[in-house]
Design a protein around this ligand. Sequence first.
Ligand code: IVH
Length: 716
Amino acid sequence: MAKPAKNPPDISTLTKPKAKIELMRLSLEMEAHNKRYYQDDAPTVSDADYDALRRRVEAIEAKFPDLVTGASPTQTVGAAPARGFTKVQHVVPMLSLGNAFSDEEVTEFVERIQRFLKLDEIPAIVAEPKIDGLSLSLRYENGELIRAATRGDGFTGEDVTANVRTIKDIPTTLKGKHIPAACELRGEVYMLKSDFLALNKKQEEAGDTVFANPRNSAAGSLRQKDVAITASRPLKFFAYAWGEMSDYPMAEPTQHAMIAWLGKVGFTVNPEITSCKSVDDALAFYRRIGEIRAKLGYDIDGVVYKVDRIDWQARLGFAGRAPRWAIAHKFAAEQATTVLEKIDIQVGRTGALTPVARLTPITVGGVVVSNATLHNADYIAGIGNDGQPLRDGVDIREGDTVIVQRAGDVIPQVVNVALDKRPKSAKPYEFPTKCPVCGSHAIRENDEVVTRCTGALVCPAQAVEKLKHFVSRLAFDIDGLGDKQIQEFYDEGIIMHPVDIFTLAKRDERNTKKLRDREGYGETSVRNLFAAIDDRRKIELNRLIFALGIRHIGEGNAKLLARHYGSFTAFREAMLAAAAGQGSEENTSEAYADLNAIDGVGEIVADAVVEFFAEKRNVKALDELLSEIEVLDVAQAKTDTPVAGKTVVFTGSLTKFTRDEAKAGAERLGAKVAGSVSKKTDYVVAGEDAGSKLTKARDLGVAVLTEDEWLALIGG
Ligand code: IVH
């Protein structure tokens, strides 16, 4: 087994040969951990330590991308390195609460307690908001946090210690003297509504998961394998309960004293918590919290009443899975009835069409609601995500009287339709087949619920994102034209379509207001920008295809297509022929069959390209662009060179050329470049510090060349 390095070298000072050695050491170490974790069920490091190893590999590989090999732990398919959370048994189970939905049920709860304890008087009650998050149990030994676990099924939770250590509201050391030797402190992890909305906005822009409500986003943020992600999320915590305590820290053990103590040792406790002497007090608390609910920064779904005296809590104990000494008084879901005046379609930056209900404004739980999301075509039609009927299969129509709900969710939902109020004239909603923003056709891909606009090149809703993609590194890669400049030029109407990039200089010449007079620009930077643009008037076919921003066409697929068609003309013609066959049940055109048959191109990719070309506006925009640029043909592999048809492996650190240059050069001359040495290898070109591949080449008797010998062979 590889030994962990005592003082691992600083990544910023690593030379390439050293980096390679460090990567090898790290992957051996991770491999050993994987085996102990997956096969032996006996890991010897914490998830956090394991994640740290992985992050170190990623950092080194980011610095030396050509050291990434198929064997790297970052390249393992199926992600064995993504580890689950370890299970934790709760010493004191984390049970749930019984519910009360009416004042009577609260009265009955208190009477039950009186009977059980044979009390004449009303027991003192503590009333607390019921935070809508997820509960955690934190174990402290001698004042130090040693383990954090989720509730799980109440008996067994998940170890989230490393994640929890990133939450500022949770102290790693308890403050003050006389801390009991062992304390298990409990409470709720949650996210502020404002933080949830901001996070969702960021997630959406990055094309990542969007959460349905603050509770889901808190849970999703906590349960991350990569602790760095948890650390970047604004999680908060209210402490309100405890499990095992070696002893109680105060003279008179009560709920309210315990809450005060939790505040003193470093936790945030909810400021609304109140002591009540009567049922009326408790109900008044419930009403007051209900009134301020919308104004609280976090979601709550009711209030919790708890018997104050801890000795009484102990005597009352549990009935089933809920305590006799506490109950949750739930808020009715905040609902209201209003009229759905109109269904509008919004087009997001990725081209997704989202239906929005325009409502006659109505107050729901203290907030005026005039819009609600309708999610997608299925939701309107009364079909759930799982294909099962929603609302008994009742569809939503313009003119319907609908029930709107804000239940813990910040985003209002249309949950039901009052069918008896449906106007006679109301017709089933027809989901648009054209993008309302640009008029391109909108389609639903197989198995997807989302309808998308196909006008990648022309849709203003998507334009900025597509333009940013167009100039990005693997696409046109234009120096001085990044996200910021694209946004600026787009906002001012200077660059609206890809072709505008290439007519920028010409137009600037004619304009009286010149680019060079803009803030942040000058004579030189504008000259450099124009030169960088001119530099890219000649572009490789694969880069052009990638730049179009067609769904599912990444760098790899763009290369496959470019190699197959060889020239832009051939590609364009074939795609138009394939697009002509689109629309009917099945595309039977020869061009489509040919596209589908490319090794590595599946139906999803083929359909996406064909959809793009089926939209005339895209073709027009593309042709306009082509009047300004020249697309280079893909060089056909040569057959008349000394290395044509030979298989070459480059290994070690190369000094005369980069790995990419070596590879491209060899391929231009008709050689095949392989990643590993076998009997079929003709040449191994070994640079400095060549390792196992060199040894293997020698063992197999494969010809080994220095860089200079290789250059001599190919004629410089
Ligand atoms: S006390 C033995 N107090 O509600 C039960 N729970 O429905 C101890 N919750 O799992 C729970 N706010 O996640 C308690 N102030 C509060 C609470 C609260 C939210 C959650 C908690 C629990 C669930 C039970």
